[in-house]
Each structure stands twice: as C-alpha cells, then as structure tokens.
Design a binder for this molecule. Structure first.
Ligand SMILES: Nc1ncnc2c1ncn2[C@@H]1O[C@H](COP(=O)(O)OP(=O)(O)O)[C@@H](O)[C@H]1O
Ligand SMILES: N[C@@H](CCOP(=O)(O)O)C(=O)O
Length: 318
C-alpha cells in the first residue's frame, strides 16, 4: 500500500508550470497511505506533498483544503495548500482531484511522553481558536447521525453482551446530545481524528497536524476527547495515563480555558469519542469496503476504551 495512481516527473513538467514552485526535481511515492495516492515532491523551491484523491470528490474537498489553508494562514502548524497562479488550491491530475501541500518535517511519535502531549494540547487549542472565523460549514460526517445509521448495520454481527453495550451507549449519547449542557458547549471546525499517526514531531517539537479528511464542525470538547483517548492511554488496557492527560489538558487550558459546562460533559464526551471509533472500526471489520480493510483496525481496542470511560476513573478536565 499504496500509490494507486502513479505519477512521474514527466507527467509534472507541464502541469507544474501553474505553480510558483520552480521545476519539479524528484517525486517519490509514499507507501504508508491507505486512502489516497501521496508523493513526496522536490522542486527548485523546496519539499512538498502531492496528493491524488482516490475517493474524495471535487465537491467534497474544498472544505478540507480551505480549512487547512485558513489554519496555515493563522500560524497553526498544518500542511499549507499551494495555490496556482489563479489562487486555486484544488487541481486535477490524471482525472483525479489533486493538491500540493507543504511537507511537514519529522515523524509521528507513537509512544508519546507528557511533553509531546502538551505540545498537542497547545496546538489543538490554537487550532480551535483559529478556526472560529473559518467561513465554510460542514457537519462532522462521523457524528451522531452517522452513529445512528451505522448501529443497526453492525448489531447483527455482535454478541448479545456487545449489542447491549452498543444499544445502551447510543441511548446514553442521544440523551447527552439533547441535554442543555451539551447544547451550551462551544463548537467549530475540529480535526476529529487527531491520532498519533496524524501529527509530526522533530524530537519534542511538534511540526504539524495533518490528514484533515474527517474534519467537520462539532464541539471542541469532542476533539479533545478523541485526542486524549489516543494520546494519553496505556495501549494494552485503554486506561488513561494521568501524567499525559494532565499535560495535554493543562496545555490546552492555558490557551483556551475550558468551561464549567465542559467539565460537566467531560466523561460523556470521552465515552462519545470511544463510541465513534468503536463503531467505525466495527463497520470496517464486518463490512469491509475495499482492499485496505484486509487489515482493519481492531474494534476491541475501542470497546475496551469505552468500557473504561464508563466505569473507570476520569481525571478532571481542569
Ligand atoms: N504534509 C505532509 N508532510 C509530511 N508527510 C506527509 C504529509 N502528508 C502526508 N504525509 C505522509 O504520508 C503518509 C500518508 O498520509 P495519509 O494522510 O495518512 O494518507 P492516506 O490519506 O492515504 O491514508 C503519512 O503517514 C505521512 O508519513
Ligand atoms: N484513526 C482511525 C482511523 C482513521 O484512518 P486514518 O488512517 O485516515 O487516520 C482509527 O484508528 O480507527
């Protein structure tokens, strides 16, 4: 996996003249992607990433690319889409939607320490604040409506005990989403999938967030919960690691203070963040759509996390 649509330097010679990037010098396919065809691209002016989108359409992409551009222009560390001479950031190559973005330096940190979590908390809060005046709107397409649509499709594959857990949690989350506390939570564009494999570091210095293709408008606290559920846990058990949780939350709070409503909603939101990925992993496991699902992520990991967030100790938000 996975360059689905090959691109050569020859393909780029004419196409690249629309960009202020100089001549293309080298192109190298990135093997680790699973959705799109990604390439490291070296030109006379620097290092970039070229993406040919294999599933997302010309209609769907402007929200994500414009959000990245908006964030980059507000000094949030994300790949900046490169505009051509007409100011356009979404292009076409080999009949597929395509973009060039700046290359983030470094590598993902899959075994984060508190310092990494603090850097993520700071940048996440800066991202939420910077996106407040982003003018486009798209709901979180993996939010409550999607959970409601997906639950009946996966239920037949589950044991009675898991069916009970899923039904009960959906019931709980429906009530939570209708509560006065929930409706007062601050909302805006969120990343919604800020896992360890979507952030780059050089040492302890965060160099950027990427993979914005689950982004949408939802509560800021949901973004924090999704992030904590991946960055601040013991991977074997799903139990929250106090030092990393504190580092991430305190760093976030120092930039964008949490509210009393968010404190009340915190445990329910950690449950929501776990449910969202339990459901998507169940769906991908039992109803695989394509080749990459031959090695689907393990749904049991998020089932464990969900049970932990229901029954385990939850560190206070601030
Ligand atoms: N802007 C970027 N800067 C540096 N590396 C990137 C950038 N975008 C993607 N990558 C690299 O490409 C890999 C695949 O990207 P990803 O967005 O996960 O692909 P896909 O959407 O196909 O799953 C990432 O793991 C990362 O190593
Ligand atoms: N983070 C999700 C999977 C989302 O896929 P991505 O590779 O695009 O980040 C999970 O772990 O279930």
């Amino acid at each position: 996996m996975a360059v689905f649509t090959p691109v050569s330097l020859d393909d780029l010679t004419e196409w690249m003249t629309q960009f202020p990037l100089g001549k293309p010098l080298a192109i190298k396919g990135i093997s680790s992607g699973i959705e799109n065809s990604n390439f490291f691209l070296t030109t006379e002016t620097g290092e970039y990433v070229l993406t040919l989108f294999e599933k997302l359409t010309f209609e769907q992409l402007p929200f994500y690319l414009n959000l990245m551009q908006h964030l980059a222009q507000h000094d949030v560390l994300v790949p900046a889409p490169i505009a051509n001479q007409n100011g356009v950031i979404l292009h076409s190559l080999h009949g597929k939607p395509a973009s060039i973005v700046t290359r983030l330096q470094g590598a993902c940190q899959l075994a984060p320490r508190p310092a990494h979590c603090a850097a993520v908390g700071t940048m996440l809060a800066r991202m939420h604040l910077a996106a407040r005046d982003f003018p486009m709107h798209q709901p979180n397409l993996r939010g409550l409506d999607w959970w409601n649509a997906t639950t009946p499709t996966v239920l037949p594959y589950l044991s009675n005990e898991r069916q009970h857990l899923l039904r009960a949690e959906m019931h709980f989350q429906e009530a939570f989403a209708g509560s006065a506390t929930y409706l007062r939570l601050q909302q805006g564009p969120i990343h919604a999938d800020l896992f360890r494999d979507n952030v780059m570091f050089e040492g302890e210095r965060l160099t950027g967030f990427f993979d914005f293709y689950f982004a949408g408008c939802d509560t800021w606290l949901f973004d924090v919960a999704v992030t904590v559920n991946d960055w601040c846990i013991d991977l074997a058990t799903g139990v929250l690691d106090e030092a990393r949780v504190r580092a991430l939350l305190e760093a976030y709070h120092a930039v964008r203070p949490f509210t009393a409503d968010e404190q009340v909603a915190w445990q329910a939101m950690l449950r929501a963040g776990a449910l969202r990925f339990w459901l998507s992993r169940l769906y991908d496991y039992y109803l695989p759509r394509d080749a990459h699902m031959l090695t689907p992520h393990d749904p049991a990991h998020f089932e464990r996390i969900l049970r932990q967030r229901i029954d385990g100790t939850i560190p206070i938000l601030f």
